[in-house]
Each structure stands twice: as structure tokens, then as C-alpha cells.
Design a protein around this ligand. Structure first.
Ligand SMILES: Nc1ncnc2c1ncn2[C@@H]1O[C@H](COP(=O)(O)OP(=O)(O)OP(=O)(O)O)[C@@H](O)[C@H]1O
Ligand SMILES: [Mg+2]
Length: 828
């Protein structure tokens, strides 16, 4: 093996093979298995801390849990056993809940991801087999074909016009050619680069984090920026922590000023802090998202990055590629006219020679050309493969003494390389009259929705061709392709539009073809912006145009990226859906990067979401799931910021107003524990249509309005309870606490049934799991307050009249909440 600091390709191929104990024939299955154990899976980064203990440890040092642990220790030392037990119970419960739920969530996500894992073709036991990329080991012999990602760092064993796009690493947009070589970088392939054309076999030398760019890509993956929603939630969390700190210090100070017992006051303050903190929020987020992911999988959408679900729900612009998403991608050759417009056998022959002699697996256009026959007597000599910048492909073909460079590609691309034209009456110069004639032909065919490629030739002297040789060509004619629109695409676009998502088509194809398709699909805005028009455009103009225009044609991979960025700068949450090598940069840059199963590896690797069926309708379904998860997370947050927060606030104030604590610290903690439990059903809940009808991201203002309205209501009823207990029933500490505990539990828990939906509660029933957790929590609360354990917890029996009065207050509160939620919840 090479010295650690010199690149792996510095040694001659033969000695590398020797030190890897490998050969052209590949490894045996048993040897591969042994090596997998030795070198580990071929993943850029080892899976992050999956060990249970590490996880629990990480939870225990979170600030809130730490405060709790300290409070528990103090309670324990001072002999307050009940507090100690309950605090320990809360810590254990919240940590277990978090760890277990998160593990399950991850297992679900992993299983889904495995469904769309990339595979590699390797030689094992002498046969070519397909295995997950993760299982590639040093010494494996791999076959590569266009569109695949190179799975490991390695050396070429054989190559035929093998071209690799290393843009990700070097920034170079043109593919570079790679050959079998000794101790030269030309013979080295790097994991994560895109194999774009030709064919090759390679031996894997380095895998996993040891690859040259493994470390870089791991860093990239780890630093997936938080979504707007995550940032919003985090900010809210910080706000709550500040408020909590303020409140707790205030209560503590007040109690000390009034000379209350310091230890009890401290424990009460800590209990308040615990009550105020939405400690289940991270768990609710993960569980809601993973449940969302599982439900989306049922709707044929696999989620690779969980947080992308937020982006999908918030997405208000969807950009999509044309072929395969909007069209059937069952491309057929509809004609091969020369410039006179009549079908020509010569055009077909040249097109077939070009398509048939190219190395590697033919793409859909080439496959259509080759459907009726191959290159015939033409022999392959060399090739300049296709790339998305040039938009053309050439082969050097020979037959007897004759040698021809045959170029085919987008009409503009080919014409710009032509000097003359073949006509039925012999060659003619490419003058203005001829250009006009060709333009008319193009307009006629492309306007009818036919995709076009131009074919041109040139007699050639040498035996090796390069990009620079593609000039002074003679135009032979055109290939026309039919690619019918998907019947479902128009309907899907309508659905997306209705759901508040603006659909834009970004294609590498010609403007008339794109416009024709858009018209067929019933799209409204038919103005087309082309790549060449965009070229010199100042960013400000482009920024304005990308919002207005829905159709983009002749866009290069970089152009796609530019459009996405411009949209994002305008505050749009952008989705990009595509399947080609040329779509990967845009998929990566979009907020929600979407690809389809069976797309090129490069596109699938860049995507956050993968559709199992290449159908926009599937995406429209998945979108609804994204919005549902948003709805449920918002429910939890609203619950926390209104009723729970209000209750804790009232309690803090009451504790100053009356000579005893309104609830003992243990009772406050108990209250919080039961309340938390009642909410664990939220991720399962259904969401009403108003929530899924429009895209929405994080918004603080409506949340504040909700908190102010519902918090005020909750406080008003707390005051009423307070007045009732102090002045009407002249309750002593135990009775006061029992009544207050019951009132606060009932209002806090039951209000979920009202605020989970903006409509009348009797029209939207909750999911049975949520109903179950809520009612069970309430039942336990009632049992603890009034049952045999009551004395242990500091509760006392209540007179019937007081019970009735509390019941009445709760009913009144719920009725008022049902009325006020119309003002408090966002209306759509
Ligand atoms: N095999 C090929 N040989 C020559 N030219 C090609 C070939 N494939 C594509 N082209 C040219 O490159 C252009 C861009 O390719 P392509 O249409 O696949 O891009 P795209 O942005 O993915 O478009 P779409 O929206 O249709 O998926 C084509 O319109 C065509 O002019
Ligand atoms: Mg495409």
C-alpha cells in the first residue's frame, strides 16, 4: 500500500493489486465478507453514536435534565422522598421516551432509506453481482456505467472513453477523461464523483471515510443547514427559557422577601421551571417527522433527510425537469428529415452510427434512434462523449478507407459548429437563406412538440478526436422524437397549484418544445425564458423574471442552479425535482431536493426525497403529509404556549398572593408528568383540511396572537378558581391544592380537543391514540387526587359542592375556549 501521506494512485497498478491481494477477477464472497468486517462499511461517515448508553448520557447532561437532577438530589438529601421519587420518575420517563422513540424513528427512517440505497456492480466469485454501495470493500472489482457515482477511491483496470465529472471536487464543469495508467492521476477515480460517459472497470483501493473526499462529504452531510421551521422552534425554545428563568427568579425572590421556607421555595421554583419547559418538544418533533416519513412511504415517497418534510410542507415553488416527470419518457423516433423536410435514409444512417458507436449504455434519445437498427458497417475509432455544456456528442467512425466525425446534438449547438449543409442537390454553404430555411423547419417541428437533434459530419484524417475537432461540420439533417405528456401530469400540476405551489418547468430542451408541452398540460403562463437570454442578465433582472416566468428552456446545469438560488433569494421555499446528472446541483441546492427511483445515482444521491414512482401526483400526496406533520408540531407548541404556560404563570402569582403554596413542588411535577403523557398522542393525530390546504413555514406572529388570547382566557379562569376557593369556600391548603390540581389538569388536558382544529370540535374527531393518552392522563389525575393515594401526595377529600363548582368552571372554560379559538387560530 502507498505511504499514508502519498495519494493511493502513486504506486504502479500491479503493485497496488498485489498489496490489495486482488486481481481482475475480483474477490470471492467469503473474502469480501471478511474484508467488510476488517474495513467497515463503505460509508463516508460512520453512523453517528448509535450506542444506547452514549445516547442516554447525552440526554442526562442537557441543561434542563441537569437542573432536575440537582433538584432531585437536594430533595433526596433533605429527606423529601416523594419529591425525589417523582423527579427521578420524570427524568427516567422523559429520557426513556426520548431515546426509545428516537430509536424507533431512526429505525423507520433507515429502513426507508435502504429501500432507495444506491447499488454497485461488482465481480464476486467470478460473476457480476449487484450489491449495496455500503458493502464495497478494498480489492473489489467494479463495473461503471454513465450516471453512476464512483463508489470508492480506486484505479482503472480497463476503460473505454471513460469520462468523469469531478466538478464537485475541482469545480471543473467539463468531464475529464480517465484511462488505465500506472502511477498517474489519470488512472484514479475518486469516490463521490460522477461517471458520466463511456464504460470502465476499476479496483476499489480505499473505501468509507478513508477515501479522499469521504471526509469532505461527511462534513457536508453533517452540516445540512437547519430548516426555517427548526430555526423558528429553536428561537421559541430560547424565548421560553428566558421567560422561565425570569419567572423562577422572580418567584424565588418574592418568596424569600416574604420569608417563606427557602428549601420549599427553591423546590417549588424548580418545579415551575420544569413545568414551563417544553421538554418533550424534541421528541415530539422527531416522532412526528418519522411518522410522517412512514406515512409518506405508504404514498410512495421515501424521505432521506427527515427535516426535509418541513421544507416539503412549506414549499411554495416547485421546479421540475421535463422528461420523465411531465412526459412518459417513452421516447420514439418520429422522423429523420434532411433540410428539405423529407425523411432521409442518410440522416438515419449517420444518427445510428453516432448513437450505436458511443461507449456505455445508451440514453433514452440514443435508444430511440437505435430501436430500428444499429451502426451497420461503421466501425468505432474514437468518441467525444456528450456533456450538458456542449449539448452534443461525436463519434469518429470508419468504414473501409472512409473516416467520418459524426456529431449529433441540440440544433443550436450543432449548427454553431457547421459551415455547410447537405441537400438533395449536393452540399451548400450555410448562408443566411439556408439558416432561415432551417429555422422555419425547426419552428414547424418543435412547435408541434417534437424534440429535435441535429446530425452533422466531417471527413476526418486522424484516429483520435477531441472537442476542438467539432467545427467546420456539414449538417446532414435532424432526428425528430416524440415524448408524449403523461396523462396524469396536468392533473398533478392543477392539484399542486390549488395547494398553493407554483410549478415551474426547467428544461435543457428547446423553447418551443417546452412551451408546447406546457400548453398541452394546461399551464397558464406560457412565456419562456431561455438559457442564452439568461446568460448576460444582471442578477436583479433575473431575480424579477424568475418569479414571473414559469417555463425555462435550454438551461445548463449551472443555469438550473442559478434559477433556484434566485427564487430562494426572494424568500420562496423551493423544491426541485429531476433525474439527470445535469439536475444534481439544483437538487442539492433546493430546499426540498426531489428525485425518482431509477434516476441516475448522482441525482438520487443529491435528493432529500425520492419518489418511488416518477409521477408528480405522488408528490402532491407527499406534500399533504409534510403539512400534516407541521400541523401536529404546531398543536404541541400551541398547547405549551397557551394553557400550560398560563397555568404555571397563574400558579406563580397565586403562590405570592396566598400564604401557602398553591401546589406543593411534588404536585407541580406530577401535574407536568401527567400533562406530558397526555400529549404523547399528538404525533398520531389527524389534521384538518385548512392546515394542509396551503404551504406554511414557521411564523411567530400568529403563534403570539394565539398565546395572548388563549393564555389570557386560561388565566381568567385560574383567577375565577382562585376567587372561588379563597372567598366562597374559604379552602385550607390541602383542599385548595386538590381543587386547583384538578381544575388545572382538566383544563390543560381537555383543551387539546378544541384547539387541535380551527373548526367546531364535534366535526373533527381526534385520533383514538390522542383521545386515549389524554383521557387516561386525566383519569390518573382524578384518581391520584381523590383516590386512596391522595393523603400521601398531600391531597384532601373535596366537598361535593366544591367538586360541582370545579366541574362547572371546567365546562365554562372549554366553552369559552371553543368560542375564542376562532379569533386565536390562523384563519385561511
Ligand atoms: N444523447 C444525446 N446526444 C446528443 N445530444 C443530446 C443527447 N442527449 C441530450 N442531448 C441534447 O442536450 C439537451 C439537454 O438534454 P436533456 O434534454 O436531457 O436536458 P434536461 O434539462 O434534462 O431536459 P428535460 O427537461 O427534457 O429532462 C437536449 O435537449 C439535446 O439537445
Ligand atoms: Mg432530464
Amino acid at each position: 500500500m502507498a505511504a499514508p501521506d502519498s495519494p493511493f494512485w502513486h504506486q504502479p497498478l500491479s503493485s497496488t493489486l498485489q498489496s490489495l491481494d486482488a486481481s481482475d477477477a475480483g474477490l470471492t464472497g467469503a473474502e469480501a465478507k471478511a474484508r467488510l468486517g476488517r474495513y467497515g462499511p463503505n460509508l463516508a461517515a460512520p453512523p453517528p453514536g448509535r450506542r444506547l448508553l452514549a445516547r442516554i448520557g447525552r440526554r442526562l447532561i442537557e441543561p434542563l435534565v441537569l437542573i432536575l437532577l440537582i433538584a432531585g438530589a437536594i430533595a433526596g438529601i433533605s429527606g423529601d422522598v416523594a419529591s425525589f421519587v417523582i423527579i427521578s420518575l420524570i427524568v427516567a420517563l422523559s429520557v426513556t421516551l426520548d431515546v426509545v422513540q428516537e430509536r424507533r424513528a431512526e429505525a423507520t427512517a433507515d429502513a426507508l432509506r435502504r429501500q432507495v440505497a444506491l447499488s454497485a456492480r461488482v465481480r464476486r466469485d467470478g460473476a457480476l453481482v449487484e450489491i449495496p454501495v455500503e458493502q464495497v470493500v478494498p480489492g473489489d472489482v467494479l463495473e461503471l456505467s454513465p450516471g453512476e457515482l464512483v463508489p470508492a477511491d480506486g484505479l482503472l483496470l480497463a476503460a473505454r472513453d471513460a469520462h468523469v465529472n469531478e466538478a464537485l471536487l475541482t469545480g471543473e464543469v467539463y468531464p475529464v477523461e480517465k484511462k488505465r495508467a500506472d502511477a498517474a492521476e489519470e488512472g484514479a477515480l475518486y469516490a463521490g464523483t460522477a461517471f458520466v460517459s463511456g464504460s470502465a472497470s476499476m479496483v476499489a483501493v480505499l473505501t468509507g471515510p478513508r477515501t479522499r473526499f469521504g471526509a469532505i462529504s461527511a462534513a457536508l452531510e453533517a452540516e445540512a443547514p437547519p430548516t426555517a421551521f427548526q430555526i423558528g422552534v429553536r428561537r421559541l425554545g430560547v424565548l421560553i427559557v428566558r421567560l422561565t428563568t425570569f419567572l423562577v427568579l422572580f418567584v424565588l425572590l418574592a418568596h424569600l422577601v416574604f420569608a417563606r421556607p427557602p428549601l420549599e421555595s427553591f423546590l417549588f421554583a424548580v418545579a415551575l421551571a420544569v413545568g414551563l419547559t417544553p421538554e418533550l418538544l424534541p421528541m415530539v418533533m422527531t416522532v412526528t417527522l418519522s411518522r410522517g416519513a412512514a406515512r409518506m412511504a405508504a404514498r410512495q415517497v421515501v424521505v432521506k433527510r427527515l427535516a426535509a418534510i418541513h421544507d416539503l410542507g412549506a414549499m411554495n415553488v416547485l421546479c421540475t425537469d421535463k422528461t420523465g416527470t411531465l412526459t412518459e419518457a417513452r421516447i420514439t423516433l418520429a422522423g429523420t428529415p434532411d433540410v428539405s423536410g423529407a425523411d432521409s435514409a442518410r440522416v438515419l444512417e449517420m444518427a445510428r452510427a453516432n448513437a450505436g458507436l458511443a461507449a456505455g449504455v445508451p440514453g433514452p434519445l440514443d435508444a430511440a434512434i437505435l430501436a430500428g437498427g444499429g451502426a451497420g458497417a461503421w466501425q468505432r475509432m474514437d468518441e467525444v462523449p456528450f456533456d450538458f455544456e456542449r449539448r452534443c456528442a461525436s463519434v469518429l467512425a470508419g468504414q473501409g478507407e472512409e473516416r467520418l466525425l459524426i456529431t449529433k446534438g441540440g440544433p443550436e449547438a450543432v449548427l454553431s459548429r457547421c459551415a455547410s449543409v447537405e441537400t438533395p442537390d449536393g452540399p451548400r454553404p450555410l448562408d443566411d437563406a439556408m439558416r432561415a430555411r432551417i429555422a422555419a423547419l425547426e419552428e414547424e417541428k418543435a412547435g408541434a412538440g417534437l424534440r429535435m437533434l441535429a446530425v452533422a459530419v466531417r471527413p476526418f484524417g486522424g484516429t483520435a478526436a477531441a472537442r476542438e475537432d467539432e467545427q467546420g461540420l456539414c449538417l446532414v439533417g435532424f432526428c425528430l422524437f416524440e415524448d408524449p405528456p403523461k396523462p396524469s401530469a396536468g392533473e398533478a400540476i392543477r392539484r399542486l397549484t390549488e395547494a398553493g405551489v407554483r410549478v415551474k418547468v426547467i428544461s435543457g430542451d428547446a423553447a418551443p418544445v417546452v412551451a408546447h408541452l406546457a400548453r398541452t398540460l394546461g399551464m397558464k403562463r406560457l412565456r419562456v425564458l431561455t438559457g442564452p437570454e439568461m446568460e448576460g442578465m444582471p442578477s436583479a433582472t433575473l431575480a424579477r423574471l424568475v418569479l414571473q416566468v414559469d417555463l425555462f428552456a435550454r438551461i445548463s446545469p449551472e443555469g438550473k442552479l442559478r434559477i433556484i438560488r434566485a427564487l430562494q433569494k426572494h424568500g420562496a421555499t423551493v423544491g426541485f425535482m429531476g433525474d439527470g446528472i445535469n439536475d444534481a446541483p439544483a437538487i442539492h441546492a433546493a430546499d426540498a431536493g426531489i428525485s425518482v427511483q431509477g434516476a441516475t445515482d448522482v441525482a438520487q444521491a443529491a435528493a432529500d426525497l425520492i419518489l418511488l414512482q416518477p409521477d408528480l401526483g405522488v408528490l402532491a400526496d407527499g406534500l399533504m403529509e409534510g403539512r400534516r406533520t407541521y400541523g401536529n408540531i404546531m398543536k404541541y407548541i400551541r398547547m405549551g404556549t397557551s394553557s400550560n404556560f398560563g397555568n404555571m404563570l397563574s400558579m406563580a402569582l397565586a403562590s405570592i398572593a396566598i400564604p401557602f403554596l398553591p401546589l406543593t413542588p411534588v404536585q407541580v411535577l406530577l401535574n407536568n408528568l401527567l400533562y406530558d403523557f397526555s400529549e404523547t398522542g399528538i404525533p398520531f393525530d389527524t389534521v384538518d383540511e385548512a392546515t394542509t390546504a396551503r404551504p406554511h413555514g414557521w411564523q411567530m406572529a400568529p403563534l403570539l396572537r394565539f398565546t395572548l388570547v388563549m393564555g389570557a382566557l386560561s388565566s381568567a379562569f385560574d383567577m375565577a378558581t382562585f376567587a372561588l376557593l379563597v372567598w366562597v369556600f374559604q379552602a385550607g391548603p390541602e383542599v385548595f391544592r386538590t381543587a386547583w390540581f384538578l381544575e388545572s389538569m382538566a383544563t390543560q388536558i381537555l383543551v387539546i380537543f378544541l384547539i387541535r382544529s380551527a373548526g367546531p370540535f364535534w366535526r373533527h374527531w381526534p385520533h383514538p391514540v390522542l383521545a386515549g393518552t389524554s383521557l387516561a392522563a386525566l383519569a390518573v389525575a382524578v384518581f391520584l387526587a381523590l383516590g386512596p393515594l391522595a393523603p400521601v401526595l398531600g391531597f384532601a377529600p373535596l366537598p361535593g359542592a366544591l367538586l360541582g363548582a370545579i366541574g362547572l368552571l371546567v365546562v365554562l372554560y372549554l366553552a369559552a375556549a371553543e368560542l375564542l379559538k376562532r379569533v386565536a387560530l390562523p384563519r385561511r
